[in-house]
Design a protein around this ligand. Structure first.
Ligand SMILES: [Cu+2]
Length: 372
């Protein structure tokens, strides 16, 4: 107890040091970003704009796999199948997330890496498939109620709706909306999008270390109050902000688990360990992933701009707190060695090279997008 307290104080001091050492002027570097791509809430798009987005995603699902895709994490550590070359560039993005799961979740890479991931997916839609818009985001605070399964985000239109929930008699595959057809998923094995609504399904000990699970049904953690509890607080405290965001009562995991199926990384019917090990791996099979993570990214950006001490605040470790029993309780945002602004982002040969510093300002040249 005393040793762990000392360690925590040491960690706090270390993080304070990093934040201070890397403090930069609280003004964004905007050079080279003349016309930022504008990201809007899904329901603010016209029917035509929604259809254009869906067609671009399906197009990327037809663009061939790129041989530049490489694995960073040992396959037996990542517990994932090998790269299948007979797949699409959409699947390359999914594979990148699967492979990097141990290093991009519950580490300091969580927010910056997913910022890069969504931005490069958006870029691929634009450059490979001629998409002219920005990655839409899903403001799930609009859908936060016990009525979540019937929220307005779920729309069955075959040309502009995101579909609904899957059929329990058919492995929870969805059968309505734009993505129920012409989107073939490759990993961990060929299937189509699965969604299986659940209001609570964390285990009683989600991190295997006594960290308590969420006490309430998950819709309680995606409310406007939950959003404000993040964006309005943690002044100058990136680690505190990230800890709540990705933790058991934060909105990130709540959405993933509530949606079940692909979004929660379950195995398709007929696959079991060791062939398939469930986890936050192929969760980006469902395009809802990119809408969800765009919302998360928007909230980080809103927090960054909420207070001058927030903009350049950063910290976190490089060892996934979910990869070692007991690590989460002490290092919920990653164990040492710690990351800093010059730490590179893992790309798997699919994302553009960059550092954590490059992810701090969405209006700088490297990213060049904005939220509306
Ligand atoms: Cu992720």
């Amino acid at each position: 107890m005393a040793a762990s307290l000392t360690k925590n104080i040491f960690l706090a001091l270390l993080l304070t040091f990093f934040t201070t050492a890397y403090a930069a002027p609280a003004t964004a570097v905007k050079g080279g970003c003349e016309k930022p791509v504008v990201r809007r809430e899904w329901r603010a798009l016209s029917a035509d704009e929604r259809e254009e987005y869906a067609n671009a995603v399906k197009c990327l699902n037809k663009v061939p796999h790129k041989s530049s895709l490489t694995t960073v994490v040992n396959l037996t550590v990542a517990q994932i199948p090998p790269i299948n070359p007979n797949t699409s560039h959409f699947d390359d993005f999914v594979y990148t997330h699967m492979d990097l799961n141990p290093v991009i979740h519950f580490t300091g890479l969580f927010l910056p890496w997913h910022r890069a991931y969504v931005a490069d997916f958006e870029l691929a839609l634009r450059t490979e498939c001629g998409y002219t818009g920005g990655q839409p985001y899903w403001d799930w605070t609009l859908d936060a109620s016990p009525n979540f399964p019937n929220a307005t985000i779920w729309n069955d239109s075959p040309t502009s709706g995101l579909g609904g929930w899957g059929d329990p008699n058919n492995d929870f595959r969805i059968s309505t909306g734009v993505f129920s057809k012409d989107l073939e998923l490759a990993y961990p094995a060929p299937h189509t999008i699965r969604r299986n609504y659940t209001d609570r399904s964390f285990s009683t000990d989600p991190f295997g270390d006594g960290t308590p699970p969420a006490p309430l049904p998950f819709w309680n953690y995606i409310t406007p109050a939950s959003r404000d509890a993040l964006v309005d607080n943690f002044i100058g405290d990136f680690v505190g902000f990230h800890t709540l965001f990705e933790g058991p009562v934060g909105p990130h995991g709540s959405i993933h688990v509530m949606m079940g199926g692909d979004m929660s990384g379950t195995c398709p019917n007929g696959l079991a360990p060791p062939a398939c090990v469930q986890g936050p791996k192929w969760t980006s099979n469902d395009p809802m992933f990119f809408m969800h993570h765009s919302m998360i990214d928007k909230m980080w950006w809103d927090w960054q701009n909420k207070h001058p001490q927030n903009f350049w605040s950063y910290g976190g470790g490089s060892v996934g707190a979910h990869t070692q029993p007991g690590l989460y309780a002490e290092f919920p945002t990653g164990g040492p060695p710690f990351l800093n602004f010059s730490s590179p982002l893992p790309t798997d040969g699919i994302l553009r090279d960059g550092t954590i510093y490059d992810m701090m300002d969405i209006k700088a040249e490297r990213l060049c997008y904005t939220y509306e």
